[in-house]
Design a protein around this ligand. Structure first.
Ligand SMILES: [Cu+2]
Length: 786
């Protein structure tokens, strides 16, 4: 067969193979080009961002050039104020670059804290409601005047911001100014001096050998190992009988995570009456369950072996110790999976701009008071103002114990400047990853210039998984139908870390016009060294420690302006077996709402009506007007109603930790004038509390389950029907044909039939932390502000 013929017979085969290859190439080409042109899957929560939402749902960190009346002080304002304070000859604040811990620390003029001084309400309302110019912005400055004789604490109002021209002394009928130096808030300057002069000085000199003998460790000379840690319990001036005295119990703890769960049975009572740290001295000493009049007395007894002694070894730290919070134990999940997460399939339904939030009919302004923590202003629903101000006032914990340190421990946490304790909320742990994180900017003694804490707040929309409302009509005779919706709502959260405890504070806004304020407690317990004599005061929860019974108390201010009106009435609805009696409360004395006795009463704020629901009842057990109780007079009642007064801005002060001999703010005076409450601008002062009996399950951390306290503001005959009826979140079901039920059911989703998908956002927190570790944990910079 000639080659030609063979080739001619091969041609059809070659042609076929070529055709197949060409077809394959074409298909591949089409596939590649369609991959290039197909729309990528949208990331959940991104893409359809609500109007004015400038942050893209990650962080809100823009400081406006012209901040509104409630906006926190901006970096620019803080910087220019600082310069004024340093250059003003009367104030002469120590320059930031000159600041040091130790010897000079307390004898100069120090800026302890700076906060926005919110303008008077009347001026703000004229601005908001009557289009008047915005009142000038001013700052409240707390100055430690160690340079004065006698040293004092001054509160000054400085303004106008940003170009300050004067700092006047704050004048108020309800609080004195200046304030005794002895009742000043805690501060790192003092702690630095305490360490230098007492712990590393006199205590190490006299008791170093005893501490090493007894506990294997002392406060100093620890040979490159950690030394004893310390914690302080203030002794209130009412217990001392002299407001000029300042005493701290300084307890010793092993330096093991977490140190407060490792107390050793040793403490000293430090005398810090004078500003000059060279005068600091030790008064009494507690050792092995006994109190000694001086360090010398203890040493003499120890050397002669005439007193009980202790012999303990330093506990091994690391992941295995009971007090660490590394994961441990058998994982109930054989193969770990991620927990459920939140997605916002169509983007965010809220917006945030210049600290003002809008969400499905709600509107409010948020701010973080450096001194007292979270505050909301001008809270509105459907355009109507409900409250002018909702703010945390104070957090108190009172302890009981046999040992003198815990016995006197009645902690008023605003001495730690509550707002400065809100930092570093963690996405996916403290807040949903979909949250918008909001920064706070604060200034203090030990930092050069304003400090920005990036994640001081988080804002997120979520569902509790609970229906807000629903009904399923099953029966033909009454009609078969269904209507309901999940309770999707917006929550603004901050977490205040006050020493050992972490307080989670949530403000939630529901679609039916109800707003909740909730406090949950978590964190570490503060415990005592175990001793059988402590048994009436708590339970032994580990070999060496006893968890002391204590009482958490929280105080809130709610300045209600229902329907935008500053003329409100307060009524109670007394519920009997067969009737409910509405009573208008006419005076402040009559407004005292006490624990337990009136459980069946509702509180109603009349004119255009709103309802206040109280939760978290617990009676303050301290004896009235005795010892520390005087400084927390707000805790005597669950509710007190007064009329709005600029002189009664806060129910507590940063001095409350020490000032019970003569409280700087005495809340009991707020109702002394027994104001008429009829058609007046009413302020509701609410206290909530929780007894905490520590148990082994509080180790290593107290959980938030069972520790939540809350109050709600709800419309009451305000709207003709439930406002959530307008929500497109609802689902309705009907029979397709009510006469022929077998034809089936029709499901209506009011938000439409959307079938698109979105992809989970890629977590970015780890890379943010890599970029700026100090945003999460202090790692390269000291950000201590106190
Ligand atoms: Cu507790």
């Amino acid at each position: 067969m000639p080659p030609f013929n063979r080739q001619s017979k091969l041609w059809p085969l070659v042609a076929f193979v070529m055709t197949v290859m060409a077809a394959c190439l074409l298909i591949a080409l089409i596939a590649v080009s369609s991959e290039e042109t197909a729309a990528p899957v949208r990331t959940c929560g991104v893409g359809k961002v609500a109007k004015n939402h400038k942050s893209g749902g990650v962080t809100e960190d823009i400081e406006p050039a012209h901040p509104g009346p409630f906006h926190d002080l901006t970096s620019r304002e803080l910087k220019s104020l600082r310069l004024f304070l340093e250059s003003d000859p009367e104030i002469n604040a120590t320059k930031l670059s000159d600041q040091s811990l130790g010897s000079k620390a307390l004898v100069e003029s120090y800026v302890s804290a700076i906060d926005l001084y919110v303008p008077p309400k009347i001026d703000v309302l004229e601005h908001l409601d009557l289009d008047q110019p915005q009142p000038p912005r001013e700052a409240l400055v707390i100055l430690f005047r160690g340079d004065k004789s006698p040293p004092v604490v001054e509160e000054r109002v400085c303004g106008p911001l940003p170009d300050v021209v004067s700092c006047r002394m704050l004048k108020s009928d309800k609080r004195r100014n200046p304030v005794e130096f002895s009742v000043r808030p805690f501060n790192m300057l003092e702690f630095g001096a305490l360490i230098e002069y007492l712990l590393h000085g006199a205590v190490e000199d006299k008791l170093g050998f005893l501490l090493r003998d007894s506990f294997g460790i002392s406060y100093a000379n620890c040979q490159n190992k950690p030394c004893l840690d310390f914690f302080t319990s203030p002794v209130a001036t009412s217990l001392l009988g002299d407001i000029r005295q300042r005493r701290l119990w300084v307890w010793a703890h092993y330096p093991v995570e977490f140190y407060l769960l490792h107390p050793v049975d040793f403490a000293l009572l430090a005398v810090l009456d004078e500003a000059d740290p060279a005068t600091f001295r030790v008064d009494k000493v507690w050792y092995a369950g006994k109190l000694y009049g001086s360090m010398g007395e203890l040493v003499a007894g120890y050397n002669s072996s005439s007193i009980p002694k202790i012999k303990r070894e330093m506990p091994k730290g690391g992941e295995g110790v009971f007090s660490s919070i590394h994961r441990r134990g058998e994982n109930p999940s054989a193969s770990p999976q991620r927990p459920p997460t939140l997605v916002e399939p169509d983007g965010k339904r809220y917006s945030l701009s210049s600290r003002q939030v809008h969400y499905l009919g709600w509107q409010f302004n948020l701010r973080m008071s450096s001194l007292s923590g979270p505050q909301l202003f001008d809270v509105r629903f459907r355009g109507d103002r409900i409250a002018y101000e909702i703010s945390l006032q104070e957090i108190v914990v009172t302890y009981s114990a046999y040992n003198p340190m815990h016995q006197v421990t009645d902690v008023a946490d605003s001495a730690g400047y509550l707002g400065m304790m809100a930092r570093s909320l963690v996405p996916g742990a403290d807040c949903p990853e979909s949250s918008t994180f909001i920064s706070s900017t604060v200034a203090g003694q030990l930092v050069k210039g304003p400090v920005r804490f990036p994640n001081a707040w988080c804002l997120f929309e979520h569902t509790s998984g609970l229906p807000l409302r629903r009904h399923m009509g099953y029966r033909f005779v009454h009609g078969s139908f269904y209507g309901g919706m999940l309770d999707s709502h917006l929550t603004l959260r901050t977490i205040l870390v006050v020493g050992n405890y972490d307080y989670v504070i949530d403000f939630s806004f529901h679609q039916n016009g109800v707003m909740d304020v909730r406090v949950s407690s978590t964190g570490f317990l503060m415990v005592s060294p175990f001793n059988p004599v402590e048994s009436p005061y708590g339970y032994r929860i580990q070999e060496h420690i006893l968890g002391n019974l204590h009482h958490h108390l929280f105080h809130f201010k709610v300045d209600m302006d229902v329907g935008g009106s500053t003329k409100n009435r307060y009524s109670t609805l007394d519920i009997h077996k067969d009737k409910a009696l509405l009573t208008t409360v006419r005076s402040a004395f009559d407004s005292f709402f006490n624990y337990l006795s009136m459980m069946m009463m509702m509180i109603i704020i009349v004119i255009i009506i709103s309802q206040l629901e109280l939760g978290g009842m617990s009676k303050q057990l301290l004896q009235e007007n005795k010892n520390n109780e005087r400084t927390m007079a707000w805790a005597r009642h669950q509710l007190v109603v007064t009329t709005h007064k600029e002189d009664e801005r806060t129910s507590s002060s940063p001095y409350a930790m020490f000032d019970s001999e003569n409280p700087v703010v005495d809340f009991s005076q707020f109702s002394d004038d027994n104001d008429s409450l009829v058609d007046k601008d009413l302020v509701f002062w609410l206290s909530m509390g929780l007894y905490h009996v520590p148990r082994t399950e509080d180790l290593p951390l107290t959980a938030t389950t069972g520790t939540k306290l809350s109050f709600s503001l709800a419309p009451f005959n305000y709207f003709p029907e439930c406002p959530s009826m307008a929500s497109s979140d609802a689902t309705r079901m009907d029979l397709i044909n009510s006469k022929e039920p077998k034809e089936g059911v029709m499901v209506e989703r009011y938000y439409g039939k959307q079938k698109d998908t979105c992809a989970l956002p890629v977590p970015t927190y780890e890379s943010q932390v890599k970029e700026n570790p100090d945003a999460a944990l202090e790692s390269s910079k000291f950000l201590g502000l106190l």
